[in-house]
Write a protein that binds this ligand. Structure first.
Ligand SMILES: [Fe+2]
Length: 392
Protein backbone atom coordinates (compact mmCIF):
# COMPACT_ATOMS: atom_id res chain seq x y z
CA UNK A 1 0.00 0.00 0.00
CA UNK A 2 1.32 3.45 -0.83
CA UNK A 3 1.82 5.86 2.04
CA UNK A 4 -1.25 8.00 2.59
CA UNK A 5 -0.98 11.64 3.34
CA UNK A 6 -2.42 12.37 6.77
CA UNK A 7 -2.43 16.10 7.37
CA UNK A 8 -4.59 18.34 9.52
CA UNK A 9 -7.61 19.86 7.74
CA UNK A 10 -8.37 22.89 9.96
CA UNK A 11 -10.21 25.96 8.67
CA UNK A 12 -13.96 26.56 8.44
CA UNK A 13 -14.79 22.88 7.83
CA UNK A 14 -13.27 21.77 11.15
CA UNK A 15 -15.81 23.39 13.46
CA UNK A 16 -16.74 22.16 16.92
CA UNK A 17 -20.33 22.08 18.08
CA UNK A 18 -19.46 23.65 21.43
CA UNK A 19 -18.10 26.73 19.65
CA UNK A 20 -20.83 27.24 17.05
CA UNK A 21 -24.13 29.09 17.14
CA UNK A 22 -25.81 27.56 14.11
CA UNK A 23 -28.41 30.31 13.95
CA UNK A 24 -25.62 32.78 13.32
CA UNK A 25 -23.27 30.70 11.18
CA UNK A 26 -25.28 28.04 9.36
CA UNK A 27 -28.75 29.45 8.89
CA UNK A 28 -30.41 31.14 5.97
CA UNK A 29 -33.74 32.78 6.76
CA UNK A 30 -36.12 32.98 3.82
CA UNK A 31 -36.99 36.56 2.94
CA UNK A 32 -40.51 37.57 1.85
CA UNK A 33 -39.18 38.06 -1.70
CA UNK A 34 -37.73 34.56 -1.75
CA UNK A 35 -40.99 33.05 -0.51
CA UNK A 36 -42.83 34.90 -3.30
CA UNK A 37 -40.32 33.69 -5.90
CA UNK A 38 -40.61 30.09 -4.71
CA UNK A 39 -44.40 30.37 -4.77
CA UNK A 40 -44.24 31.55 -8.40
CA UNK A 41 -41.85 28.68 -9.27
CA UNK A 42 -44.28 26.19 -7.73
CA UNK A 43 -47.08 27.54 -9.94
CA UNK A 44 -44.81 27.31 -13.00
CA UNK A 45 -43.87 23.74 -12.05
CA UNK A 46 -47.48 22.63 -11.83
CA UNK A 47 -48.25 18.98 -11.18
CA UNK A 48 -44.94 17.60 -12.46
CA UNK A 49 -43.49 14.36 -11.12
CA UNK A 50 -40.18 14.43 -9.22
CA UNK A 51 -37.84 13.52 -12.16
CA UNK A 52 -39.37 16.37 -14.17
CA UNK A 53 -38.56 19.03 -11.57
CA UNK A 54 -35.39 20.75 -12.81
CA UNK A 55 -33.85 24.23 -12.58
CA UNK A 56 -35.71 24.98 -15.83
CA UNK A 57 -39.15 23.81 -14.69
CA UNK A 58 -38.69 25.30 -11.21
CA UNK A 59 -37.05 28.62 -12.12
CA UNK A 60 -35.50 30.79 -9.40
CA UNK A 61 -33.97 33.69 -11.33
CA UNK A 62 -33.42 36.01 -8.37
CA UNK A 63 -32.63 33.32 -5.79
CA UNK A 64 -30.19 31.47 -8.05
CA UNK A 65 -27.25 33.50 -6.78
CA UNK A 66 -28.20 32.70 -3.18
CA UNK A 67 -28.34 28.98 -3.94
CA UNK A 68 -24.94 29.28 -5.61
CA UNK A 69 -23.52 30.91 -2.47
CA UNK A 70 -25.05 28.24 -0.23
CA UNK A 71 -23.50 25.51 -2.39
CA UNK A 72 -20.15 27.26 -1.86
CA UNK A 73 -20.75 27.26 1.93
CA UNK A 74 -21.41 23.52 1.72
CA UNK A 75 -18.16 22.81 -0.13
CA UNK A 76 -15.74 25.25 1.49
CA UNK A 77 -17.51 26.79 4.47
CA UNK A 78 -19.06 25.05 7.47
CA UNK A 79 -20.59 22.34 5.29
CA UNK A 80 -24.03 22.88 6.84
CA UNK A 81 -26.94 25.06 5.71
CA UNK A 82 -30.28 25.30 7.47
CA UNK A 83 -32.99 27.17 5.55
CA UNK A 84 -35.66 28.36 7.95
CA UNK A 85 -38.78 30.45 7.93
CA UNK A 86 -40.71 28.96 5.05
CA UNK A 87 -44.48 29.22 5.69
CA UNK A 88 -45.21 25.47 5.89
CA UNK A 89 -48.80 26.12 6.99
CA UNK A 90 -49.73 27.71 3.64
CA UNK A 91 -48.92 24.60 1.60
CA UNK A 92 -50.02 20.98 1.38
CA UNK A 93 -47.48 18.23 2.05
CA UNK A 94 -47.27 17.49 -1.69
CA UNK A 95 -46.68 21.15 -2.51
CA UNK A 96 -43.93 21.21 0.13
CA UNK A 97 -42.39 18.15 -1.57
CA UNK A 98 -42.28 19.97 -4.93
CA UNK A 99 -40.88 23.12 -3.32
CA UNK A 100 -38.19 21.07 -1.57
CA UNK A 101 -37.14 19.24 -4.73
CA UNK A 102 -37.30 22.52 -6.64
CA UNK A 103 -34.81 24.12 -4.26
CA UNK A 104 -32.68 20.97 -4.17
CA UNK A 105 -32.20 20.75 -7.94
CA UNK A 106 -30.61 24.21 -7.82
CA UNK A 107 -27.84 22.60 -5.72
CA UNK A 108 -27.47 19.15 -7.29
CA UNK A 109 -29.01 16.22 -9.10
CA UNK A 110 -31.27 13.86 -7.09
CA UNK A 111 -30.27 10.18 -7.04
CA UNK A 112 -32.31 7.14 -5.98
CA UNK A 113 -32.05 6.32 -2.28
CA UNK A 114 -32.80 2.61 -2.18
CA UNK A 115 -33.66 -0.40 -4.31
CA UNK A 116 -37.19 0.82 -4.85
CA UNK A 117 -35.91 3.87 -6.61
CA UNK A 118 -37.27 6.76 -4.58
CA UNK A 119 -35.70 10.10 -5.53
CA UNK A 120 -37.41 11.76 -2.60
CA UNK A 121 -37.31 9.65 0.54
CA UNK A 122 -39.68 9.64 3.46
CA UNK A 123 -37.79 9.49 6.73
CA UNK A 124 -40.48 8.13 9.02
CA UNK A 125 -40.81 5.17 11.35
CA UNK A 126 -42.73 2.43 9.51
CA UNK A 127 -40.87 -0.47 11.15
CA UNK A 128 -44.13 -1.82 12.62
CA UNK A 129 -45.64 -1.93 9.11
CA UNK A 130 -42.85 -2.78 6.63
CA UNK A 131 -40.42 -5.68 7.13
CA UNK A 132 -36.61 -5.27 7.15
CA UNK A 133 -36.47 -1.51 6.78
CA UNK A 134 -33.22 0.45 6.68
CA UNK A 135 -32.39 2.92 9.47
CA UNK A 136 -34.20 5.91 7.99
CA UNK A 137 -37.51 4.02 8.25
CA UNK A 138 -36.87 2.45 11.65
CA UNK A 139 -37.30 5.22 14.22
CA UNK A 140 -35.14 5.41 17.33
CA UNK A 141 -31.73 7.03 17.67
CA UNK A 142 -28.83 6.63 15.27
CA UNK A 143 -25.04 6.52 15.44
CA UNK A 144 -22.99 9.04 13.52
CA UNK A 145 -22.66 8.15 9.88
CA UNK A 146 -22.32 9.43 6.34
CA UNK A 147 -25.01 8.23 3.98
CA UNK A 148 -23.24 6.80 0.95
CA UNK A 149 -20.60 7.66 -1.59
CA UNK A 150 -23.34 8.11 -4.23
CA UNK A 151 -24.43 11.33 -2.57
CA UNK A 152 -22.51 14.61 -2.18
CA UNK A 153 -25.18 16.58 -0.32
CA UNK A 154 -27.62 14.88 2.01
CA UNK A 155 -30.68 16.90 2.89
CA UNK A 156 -33.81 16.78 5.01
CA UNK A 157 -36.99 18.80 5.09
CA UNK A 158 -39.24 18.67 8.13
CA UNK A 159 -42.90 18.06 7.29
CA UNK A 160 -43.90 17.09 10.82
CA UNK A 161 -41.94 17.10 14.08
CA UNK A 162 -41.87 14.32 16.67
CA UNK A 163 -43.95 14.66 19.85
CA UNK A 164 -40.61 15.22 21.55
CA UNK A 165 -36.94 14.59 20.75
CA UNK A 166 -35.68 13.61 17.30
CA UNK A 167 -33.12 16.41 16.95
CA UNK A 168 -30.69 16.26 14.04
CA UNK A 169 -27.25 15.69 15.56
CA UNK A 170 -24.31 16.61 13.34
CA UNK A 171 -20.54 16.71 13.68
CA UNK A 172 -17.66 17.91 11.54
CA UNK A 173 -15.70 14.88 10.40
CA UNK A 174 -12.74 17.20 9.72
CA UNK A 175 -12.71 18.27 13.37
CA UNK A 176 -12.91 14.64 14.54
CA UNK A 177 -10.19 13.69 12.03
CA UNK A 178 -7.89 16.45 13.29
CA UNK A 179 -8.40 15.38 16.92
CA UNK A 180 -7.62 11.75 16.10
CA UNK A 181 -4.50 12.82 14.22
CA UNK A 182 -3.32 14.57 17.39
CA UNK A 183 -4.29 11.96 19.95
CA UNK A 184 -4.40 8.62 18.12
CA UNK A 185 -2.58 8.77 14.77
CA UNK A 186 -2.40 4.97 14.85
CA UNK A 187 -6.20 4.79 14.74
CA UNK A 188 -6.43 7.58 12.14
CA UNK A 189 -4.22 5.40 9.93
CA UNK A 190 -6.68 2.51 10.32
CA UNK A 191 -9.52 4.84 9.24
CA UNK A 192 -7.51 5.91 6.18
CA UNK A 193 -7.37 2.21 5.31
CA UNK A 194 -11.10 1.79 6.02
CA UNK A 195 -13.53 -1.11 6.22
CA UNK A 196 -15.27 -3.60 3.98
CA UNK A 197 -18.78 -2.47 3.04
CA UNK A 198 -21.84 -4.49 2.11
CA UNK A 199 -25.15 -3.39 0.64
CA UNK A 200 -28.44 -3.93 2.46
CA UNK A 201 -30.01 -7.18 1.23
CA UNK A 202 -32.67 -5.69 -1.06
CA UNK A 203 -30.42 -2.82 -2.22
CA UNK A 204 -27.88 -5.45 -3.28
CA UNK A 205 -30.45 -7.38 -5.27
CA UNK A 206 -30.93 -4.42 -7.60
CA UNK A 207 -27.38 -3.03 -7.53
CA UNK A 208 -25.01 -3.59 -10.45
CA UNK A 209 -21.95 -3.88 -8.18
CA UNK A 210 -21.31 -6.98 -6.02
CA UNK A 211 -22.87 -7.02 -2.51
CA UNK A 212 -19.49 -6.88 -0.74
CA UNK A 213 -16.77 -4.37 -1.64
CA UNK A 214 -13.68 -5.99 -3.17
CA UNK A 215 -11.40 -3.90 -0.95
CA UNK A 216 -11.66 -1.85 2.21
CA UNK A 217 -13.36 1.50 1.56
CA UNK A 218 -11.38 4.30 3.23
CA UNK A 219 -13.25 6.35 5.83
CA UNK A 220 -10.82 9.22 5.24
CA UNK A 221 -9.19 10.44 2.07
CA UNK A 222 -7.97 13.93 1.21
CA UNK A 223 -7.91 15.96 -1.97
CA UNK A 224 -6.88 19.62 -2.38
CA UNK A 225 -6.90 20.21 1.37
CA UNK A 226 -10.44 18.90 1.76
CA UNK A 227 -11.41 15.84 3.68
CA UNK A 228 -13.52 13.26 1.84
CA UNK A 229 -15.23 10.94 4.24
CA UNK A 230 -17.48 7.91 3.96
CA UNK A 231 -18.75 5.95 6.92
CA UNK A 232 -21.99 4.15 6.34
CA UNK A 233 -22.33 2.24 9.63
CA UNK A 234 -25.11 0.04 8.22
CA UNK A 235 -22.86 -1.09 5.36
CA UNK A 236 -20.06 -1.95 7.81
CA UNK A 237 -22.47 -3.89 10.00
CA UNK A 238 -23.94 -5.85 7.05
CA UNK A 239 -20.35 -6.78 5.99
CA UNK A 240 -19.80 -8.28 9.43
CA UNK A 241 -23.21 -9.84 9.87
CA UNK A 242 -24.00 -11.02 6.33
CA UNK A 243 -20.58 -11.58 4.72
CA UNK A 244 -18.68 -12.86 7.74
CA UNK A 245 -16.09 -10.06 7.70
CA UNK A 246 -14.28 -10.00 11.05
CA UNK A 247 -12.94 -6.72 12.30
CA UNK A 248 -9.56 -6.74 14.01
CA UNK A 249 -9.22 -5.31 17.53
CA UNK A 250 -7.61 -2.16 16.18
CA UNK A 251 -10.36 -1.74 13.56
CA UNK A 252 -12.97 -1.94 16.31
CA UNK A 253 -10.99 0.48 18.45
CA UNK A 254 -10.70 2.97 15.57
CA UNK A 255 -14.44 2.87 14.85
CA UNK A 256 -15.32 3.15 18.55
CA UNK A 257 -12.90 6.03 19.12
CA UNK A 258 -14.26 7.96 16.13
CA UNK A 259 -17.79 7.56 17.54
CA UNK A 260 -16.60 8.49 21.04
CA UNK A 261 -15.01 11.75 19.88
CA UNK A 262 -17.98 12.56 17.60
CA UNK A 263 -20.52 12.19 20.39
CA UNK A 264 -18.56 14.21 22.96
CA UNK A 265 -20.15 17.53 23.94
CA UNK A 266 -17.17 19.41 22.57
CA UNK A 267 -17.75 18.19 19.02
CA UNK A 268 -21.38 17.57 18.10
CA UNK A 269 -24.16 20.02 17.46
CA UNK A 270 -27.90 19.43 17.89
CA UNK A 271 -30.27 21.15 15.49
CA UNK A 272 -33.94 21.08 16.34
CA UNK A 273 -36.20 21.09 13.34
CA UNK A 274 -39.15 23.37 12.95
CA UNK A 275 -41.82 22.47 10.42
CA UNK A 276 -40.71 23.61 6.99
CA UNK A 277 -36.99 23.65 7.89
CA UNK A 278 -34.63 22.43 5.20
CA UNK A 279 -31.18 21.16 6.13
CA UNK A 280 -28.39 20.58 3.62
CA UNK A 281 -25.17 18.80 4.68
CA UNK A 282 -21.91 18.20 2.86
CA UNK A 283 -22.04 14.41 2.89
CA UNK A 284 -18.25 14.09 2.69
CA UNK A 285 -17.41 16.17 5.70
CA UNK A 286 -20.43 16.14 7.99
CA UNK A 287 -21.57 13.06 9.88
CA UNK A 288 -25.15 12.94 11.04
CA UNK A 289 -27.24 11.06 13.57
CA UNK A 290 -30.41 11.79 15.45
CA UNK A 291 -31.51 11.67 19.02
CA UNK A 292 -34.17 9.22 20.13
CA UNK A 293 -37.75 10.49 20.00
CA UNK A 294 -41.29 9.95 21.07
CA UNK A 295 -43.71 9.34 18.23
CA UNK A 296 -47.41 8.98 17.55
CA UNK A 297 -48.99 5.50 17.22
CA UNK A 298 -50.74 6.52 13.97
CA UNK A 299 -48.42 6.60 10.98
CA UNK A 300 -50.28 9.62 9.62
CA UNK A 301 -49.21 11.70 12.63
CA UNK A 302 -45.63 10.51 13.04
CA UNK A 303 -42.42 12.48 12.74
CA UNK A 304 -42.01 12.84 8.99
CA UNK A 305 -39.05 14.27 7.14
CA UNK A 306 -38.39 14.23 3.42
CA UNK A 307 -34.90 13.42 2.23
CA UNK A 308 -32.85 14.17 -0.88
CA UNK A 309 -29.54 12.69 -1.94
CA UNK A 310 -27.91 15.13 -4.34
CA UNK A 311 -24.91 14.62 -6.60
CA UNK A 312 -22.97 17.73 -7.46
CA UNK A 313 -21.21 17.13 -10.76
CA UNK A 314 -19.24 20.39 -10.54
CA UNK A 315 -17.58 19.40 -7.23
CA UNK A 316 -14.26 17.57 -7.13
CA UNK A 317 -15.20 13.90 -7.35
CA UNK A 318 -14.37 11.26 -4.78
CA UNK A 319 -11.44 9.02 -5.65
CA UNK A 320 -12.62 5.79 -7.31
CA UNK A 321 -11.41 3.57 -4.45
CA UNK A 322 -13.72 5.41 -2.04
CA UNK A 323 -16.89 4.76 -4.03
CA UNK A 324 -18.94 1.78 -2.92
CA UNK A 325 -22.48 2.59 -4.03
CA UNK A 326 -22.06 3.85 -7.59
CA UNK A 327 -24.06 6.03 -9.97
CA UNK A 328 -24.69 2.80 -11.90
CA UNK A 329 -26.31 1.23 -8.80
CA UNK A 330 -28.61 4.15 -8.07
CA UNK A 331 -29.55 4.46 -11.74
CA UNK A 332 -30.43 0.75 -11.82
CA UNK A 333 -32.64 1.17 -8.74
CA UNK A 334 -34.78 3.59 -10.77
CA UNK A 335 -36.31 0.65 -12.67
CA UNK A 336 -38.44 0.00 -9.56
CA UNK A 337 -39.71 3.54 -9.27
CA UNK A 338 -43.42 4.13 -9.89
CA UNK A 339 -44.60 7.56 -11.12
CA UNK A 340 -45.50 9.98 -8.32
CA UNK A 341 -44.89 7.33 -5.66
CA UNK A 342 -42.82 9.59 -3.40
CA UNK A 343 -45.49 12.21 -2.85
CA UNK A 344 -46.28 12.29 0.87
CA UNK A 345 -50.07 12.16 0.44
CA UNK A 346 -49.81 8.92 -1.55
CA UNK A 347 -47.06 7.42 0.61
CA UNK A 348 -48.85 8.11 3.89
CA UNK A 349 -52.15 6.81 2.50
CA UNK A 350 -50.43 3.53 1.51
CA UNK A 351 -48.75 3.21 4.90
CA UNK A 352 -51.93 4.06 6.81
CA UNK A 353 -53.87 1.40 4.88
CA UNK A 354 -51.14 -1.18 5.53
CA UNK A 355 -51.08 -0.26 9.21
CA UNK A 356 -54.85 -0.60 9.42
CA UNK A 357 -54.69 -4.08 7.82
CA UNK A 358 -51.99 -5.19 10.24
CA UNK A 359 -53.98 -3.86 13.18
CA UNK A 360 -57.09 -5.71 12.05
CA UNK A 361 -55.16 -8.92 11.49
CA UNK A 362 -53.09 -8.39 14.63
CA UNK A 363 -49.83 -8.66 12.69
CA UNK A 364 -48.14 -5.37 13.56
CA UNK A 365 -44.36 -5.91 13.66
CA UNK A 366 -42.48 -5.20 16.87
CA UNK A 367 -38.84 -4.60 15.94
CA UNK A 368 -36.32 -3.48 18.56
CA UNK A 369 -35.95 0.26 18.31
CA UNK A 370 -32.35 1.43 18.36
CA UNK A 371 -31.76 3.86 21.24
CA UNK A 372 -28.82 5.55 19.54
CA UNK A 373 -26.64 4.73 22.55
CA UNK A 374 -23.33 3.61 21.12
CA UNK A 375 -21.64 0.63 22.73
CA UNK A 376 -19.00 -0.84 20.41
CA UNK A 377 -18.61 -2.15 16.87
CA UNK A 378 -17.60 -5.39 18.62
CA UNK A 379 -21.31 -5.92 19.27
CA UNK A 380 -21.93 -6.54 15.53
CA UNK A 381 -19.77 -9.64 15.44
CA UNK A 382 -20.87 -10.79 18.87
CA UNK A 383 -24.49 -10.73 17.66
CA UNK A 384 -23.48 -12.62 14.49
CA UNK A 385 -21.58 -15.26 16.47
CA UNK A 386 -24.49 -15.74 18.87
CA UNK A 387 -26.86 -16.13 15.93
CA UNK A 388 -24.58 -18.69 14.26
CA UNK A 389 -24.11 -20.60 17.51
CA UNK A 390 -27.88 -20.66 17.90
CA UNK A 391 -28.36 -21.92 14.34
CA UNK A 392 -25.58 -24.55 14.63
FE1 LIG B 1 -28.38 8.99 7.27
Amino acid sequence: MTAVEMTKIGGAAAWKGSEIDYRAEMMHRFTADEVAEIDAALRACGERDIPDITPETFPLPAMGATMERLRGDLLDGRGVVLMRGFPRERYSADEMARIYVGLGVHLGRPVAQSWFGQLLGSVIDVSDIVEKVRGYAAGGGQHFHIDTSACDIVSLMCLRRARSGGASRIVSLSAVHDRLLETRPDLARVLYRGYYNRHHEMDAKYAVTPPLSAERIPVFTQADGRLMGVLDSGNLRYAVQESGVTLSDVEIEAYDELQRVARSDEFFLDMNFEQGDIQFLNNRNIMHARTDYEDDPDVGRRRHLLRLWLRVDSWPQRPAHQIFLTDGDTTNWLQNRRPFMEFPSRYIAEMAAAQETRRRENTLLRPDKPSGTFVSARGWQEARDRRMAGAG
